[in-house]
Design a protein around this ligand. Structure first.
Ligand SMILES: Nc1ncnc2c1ncn2[C@@H]1O[C@H](COP(=O)(O)OP(=O)(O)OP(=O)(O)O)[C@@H](O)[C@H]1O
Ligand SMILES: [Mg+2]
Length: 284
């Protein structure tokens, strides 16, 4: 996806109110109201949150609470109704090309190889060919696709296709990566591998990541902080800091600390009626 370039930003910028904008991502009182045939839908209601540069933030919440809406506004693809998003002090009011975006389905060109699909982004950005090719190959190697760079999408598995699309989103070394349920369509084993791949890529490149997921385990595993949203209209319900050492391993998911974070989130969902342990009946 090609988006317009936002100018470089000054991280030491001072806001009109005199407050120092030291956070990289700053969502302020963001509300989004969609007009539909059946009236208005309030998708986001005064959402505020910040992320430091290089932070890995997951957004977790029930279907329809406005997660994708938030991501689309952060990408500059749709406007908010009120409030604003700033990246390093710069207000987002147009599509951005300085970021990487990964959606649930990989959207690859069928007539281009895996390498060709990654290079597509480099070509569109007019990156120097040799350097881009080297980086594309390194990225593909880092997610175990060296032997598949000359395969076409129909010759790749779903997990491989999504890996290619992640590599494509990172070819220009973006400071920020926006991911909307990137592993949602994959089987659980492939998901585990991609989560490990993503952790490794993030640890190497330290881009700021906004990662949308329905998976509590995925959010806890990957994040510095998990932002839990309430049912529509989406609000920030709680922000949970995940204090687990990195690199995190699959075995750590069985640890009491990990289980405790998952339990906190589950309890929040139960309390808000997002999950119901006694469907159709009364709780004891
Ligand atoms: N273009 C649109 N026009 C009208 N309403 C919309 C539009 N896009 C989203 N909505 C509504 O806004 C609300 C939030 O949608 P959104 O796609 O952001 O939710 P979500 O949290 O990403 O859900 P899911 O987890 O199912 O992907 C929903 O009620 C949806 O119907
Ligand atoms: Mg969504």
């Amino acid at each position: 996806m090609e988006l317009a370039v936002a100018p470089p930003m000054d991280s030491g910028q001072v806001r009109a109110g005199g407050e120092l904008a030291d956070s990289y991502l700053d969502v302020r009182d963001l509300t989004k109201i969609y007009a539909t045939r059946d009236g208005v839908v309030r998708a986001l209601d005064r959402v505020s949150l910040t992320a430091k540069r290089g932070e890995f933030l997951s957004i977790l919440g029930p279907s329809g609470c406005g997660k994708s809406t938030l991501l689309m506004i952060a990408a500059g693809l749709i406007p908010g109704s009120s409030g604003e998003i700033r990246i390093a002090g710069q207000k987002i009011d147009r599509p951005r090309t300085d970021i990487g975006i990964v959606f649930q389905s990989p959207v690859l060109l069928e007539w281009r190889t895996a390498l060709g699909n990654v290079m597509l982004q480099a070509e569109a950005r007019k990156m120097e060919h040799k350097a881009a090719l080297k980086r594309a190959r390194e990225l593909l190697a880092s997610v175990g696709l060296s032997d598949f760079e000359n395969k076409y999408p129909h010759e790749l598995s779903g997990g491989m296709r999504q890996r290619v699309s992640i590599c494509r989103s990172l070819i220009h070394s973006p400071d920020q990566l926006l991911m909307d349920e990137p592993f949602g369509a994959l089987d659980s084993l492939t998901r585990d591998q991609l989560v490990l791949d993503l952790q490794q890529l993030w640890m190497k490149q330290r881009m700021t990541v906004l990662f949308i997921t329905h998976s509590v385990a995925e959010a806890v595993f990957l994040s510095d902080r998990v932002v839990v949203m309430s049912p529509r209209p989406g609000r920030i319900d709680r922000v949970i800091e995940i204090d687990l050492p990195r690199p995190r391993t699959l075995a750590m998911r069985e640890s009491p600390e990990f289980a405790d974070y998952s339990r906190q989130i589950m309890e929040l969902f139960l309390a808000r009626g997002v999950l119901n342990e006694h469907p159709g009946g009364k709780a004891e």
